[in-house]
Design a protein around this ligand. Structure first.
Ligand SMILES: Nc1ncnc2c1ncn2[C@@H]1O[C@H](COP(=O)(O)OP(=O)(O)OP(=O)(O)O)[C@@H](O)[C@H]1O
Ligand SMILES: [Mg+2]
Length: 251
């Protein structure tokens, strides 16, 4: 296809505000394996989008494609963030353009304290939230600022991973399974923080196996099934639609 997409329109959306992040007809491969099979969706500024689907549906692959990681290869499609063509960029350029990916494994740097992990994120301009503001957001990190990052609990490591993304001046936060392996009380705490971050104007995509929790947080949802989009609509609609949840989310 060589027709320029009209990013202001989305057949499944009533609102007309221009999209902040647009994925258009994106196809992604790991070598010969064809995973993301032509997906298009929009994320509006300041909203939280839940990207859901069963194991292996292609959620992580979608986030990695948007973040322009070396793997997978995006062989076709366009990705725009605030008028910048991410599809023409490498991962470090996408990062400079305002993408903040928090991967599933959290990637805390061994041998560095909490504060050093945060300072390292601010080694280059443009700098985002100040370290003091991040400690206001996550008081637990402030209390543990001199502790080695990898010795934090799972929940604290997740907080550090999110804080590190915000330490840079990002426009969109991509979270891959932020609640994974965490106790409900810690999930509550992280959810509260994500709401606060949204109130500050952040745009977020959250991938979660804990679909109900993600849907309670999100404004909208996109559901993937074997690399294709099977639903794009409001999060409330998914929570209300038992048949849809049973078919694609097994909940
Ligand atoms: N590096 C890779 N090389 C080849 N195939 C891969 C690679 N990573 C993922 N895949 C395959 O791509 C498909 C989608 O994987 P992906 O990790 O995107 O799914 P997911 O929706 O994030 O699943 P989960 O909920 O289990 O995290 C799967 O079939 C997976 O086996
Ligand atoms: Mg995944």
């Amino acid at each position: 296809m060589n027709v320029r997409p009209d990013f202001s329109k989305n057949a499944n959306q009533a609102e007309t505000a221009p999209a902040f992040l647009s994925v258009w007809d994106m196809h992604s491969y790991y070598g010969e394996s064809y995973i993301v099979q032509g997906i298009s969706f929009n994320v509006h500024e300041g909203e939280i989008l839940a990207l859901l689907g069963r194991n292996g549906a292609g959620k992580t692959t979608t986030l990695r494609s948007i973040a322009r990681m070396d793997d997978p290869q995006v062989n076709h499609g366009e990705i725009w963030l605030d008028h910048q063509p991410l599809h023409l960029m490498k991962s470090h350029q996408a990062s400079m353009a305002g993408l903040g990916l928090v991967p599933e494994d959290r990637c805390i740097i061994p041998g560095l304290t909490v504060e050093e992990n945060l300072k390292l994120a601010q080694i280059a301009e443009p700098i985002g939230w100040s370290i003091e503001r991040l400690y206001d957001l996550f008081p637990r990190l402030g209390e543990r600022r001199m502790q080695e990052g990898v010795t934090l609990s799972g929940g604290e490591q997740q907080m550090l991973a999110i804080a590190r993304a915000l330490a840079r001046d990002i426009k969109v936060l991509l979270l891959d399974e932020p609640y994974e392996g965490l106790a409900p009380v810690i999930v509550d705490e992280i959810e509260k923080t994500l709401r606060h971050i949204k109130e500050q104007g952040m745009t977020t995509i959250i991938v979660e196996q804990n679909a109900v929790r993600a849907l309670q947080l999100a404004d909208r949802a996109v559901i993937l099934d074997t690399g294709s989009i099977v639903f794009d609509g409001s999060a409330a609609e998914v929570l209300e639609n038992e048949a849809l949840r049973a078919e694609y989310l097994a909940i």
